[in-house]
Design a protein around this ligand. Structure first.
Ligand code: F6P
Length: 368
């Protein structure tokens, strides 16, 4: 048995389904090794608070329900970069030393950060500055973390978006409507592409591929000529308007968030085709669900592997899924290799092969 260790674990950035399964797996594996796991509250915020906000996690913490539970029992945040922390007086302050001090106070031998590329960049900088032994576990419904085929939470988000299409189809057919479904994913179209194929969409629009209203209208008219009275359109939140630029809404405090591309397209589809259109914006429903079996499985494998990396003294690594294997890769490379949809990916070929309108690639036919 490797010597006794104290491992900190935190969830950072937007939540997603499967985070609790990751935490559980890490705690179970650590318990096998006789180690202690300390759950840090609300990402790095728990390490900024005094007294420190944390909880010692034991296998008993995880009753039968936690594995199945969405969200994160530790809490998380996608605010408060410790290197430029927004203070009450409107200034920003570098509070990184407080976080590093918090890790020292807890006597952490290693830190497991469950996050996306933004969180990893911050955690890695903290680790380098404070000599912390960091291991990363990728999670995000956007599935845009590099060097891994899958991040925790993606499968559930796709399942929810697919189910939304399943539910929209009968009502679309009943009223002979074009249903537009706006999904999340930020600058990566993975959720739209995967759910759109699985849910039988006629049009899938993703930020990576330009489109035209004429192209969408032509597809919908073709569907109608074929005798079908409805159509399903899936659009990623960060798809641009034809005029250029993404649609964002400004909220309290001046914060901007994606929103509106579904409505924008719905109006233009209606006027270009004469079809009756309706819009559904799926939003955070994609994040909050009970994790699918696949997310629980990936989460469990990642949690175990992260603890095994610590046992092997391998740090500054991210666990990853590749070619049916659980592997680990250098954390800096995972951060550097942001993974949007690749235009030559098998799913792009599949969508085009199915006759789905996926936008106007210059070489759309040769992409097959
Ligand atoms: O990155 C995950 C994600 O769900 C994006 O798909 C979405 O744009 C964003 O987070 C929403 O963030 P928030 O929860 O802050 O509204």
């Amino acid at each position: 048995m490797a010597g006794e260790k104290r491992i900190g674990i935190l969830t950072s950035g937007g939540d997603c389904a499967g985070l609790n399964a990751v935490i559980r797996a890490a705690v179970f594996r650590a318990a096998e090794l006789g180690w202690t796991v300390i759950g840090l509250k609300e990402g790095t915020m728990g390490l900024l608070s005094r007294p420190l906000q944390y909880e010692v996690l034991r296998p008993e913490t995880f009753s039968g329900t936690v594995l199945r539970q969405g969200g994160t029992i530790l809490g998380t945040t996608n605010r408060g970069n410790p290197f430029a922390f927004p203070m009450a007086d409107g200034t920003v302050k570098d509070r990184s030393a407080e976080i590093i001090g918090g890790c020292r106070e807890l006597g952490l031998d290693a830190l497991i950060g469950i996050g996306g590329d933004g969180s990893f960049a911050i955690l890695r900088r903290l680790a380098q500055q404070g000599g912390l032994n960091l291991v990363g576990i990728p999670k995000t419904i956007d599935n845009d973390v590099g060097m891994t085929e899958v991040a925790v939470g993606f499968d559930t988000a796709v399942a929810v978006a697919t189910e939304a299409l399943d539910r929209l189809q009968p009502t679309a057919a009943s009223h002979a409507r074009v249903m537009v479904l706006e999904v999340m994913g930020r600058d990566a179209g993975h959720i739209a592409l995967n759910a759109g194929i699985a849910g039988g969409a006629d049009v899938i629009l993703i930020p990576e591929i330009p489109y035209s209203i004429e192209g969408i209208a032509a597809k919908i008219k073709q569907v109608r000529r074929g005798g079908r009275n409805f159509a399903l359109v899936v659009v990623s939140e960060a798809v641009q308007t034809v005029e250029g630029g993404t649609l964002q809404k400004e909220y309290h405090g001046g914060e901007k968030r994606f929103g509106g591309i579904g409505d924008y397209l719905s109006e233009r589809i209606a006027s270009a085709t004469g079809a009756e259109t309706r819009v559904t914006v799926l939003g955070h429903v994609q994040r909050g669900s009970m994790p699918t079996w696949r997310d629980r499985l990936v989460a469990s494998a990642f949690g175990v592997h992260a603890v095994d990396l610590i046992a092997a003294g391998k740090y500054d690594r991210m666990v990853a899924w590749s070619n049916r294997q659980v592997i680990d890769v250098p954390l800096d490379q995972a951060i550097a290799n942001y993974q949007a949809v690749e235009l030559n990916s098998p799913l792009v070929t599949t969508a085009r092969g199915l006759g789905i309108y996926l936008g106007d690639l210059p070489d759309a036919t040769s992409a097959r």
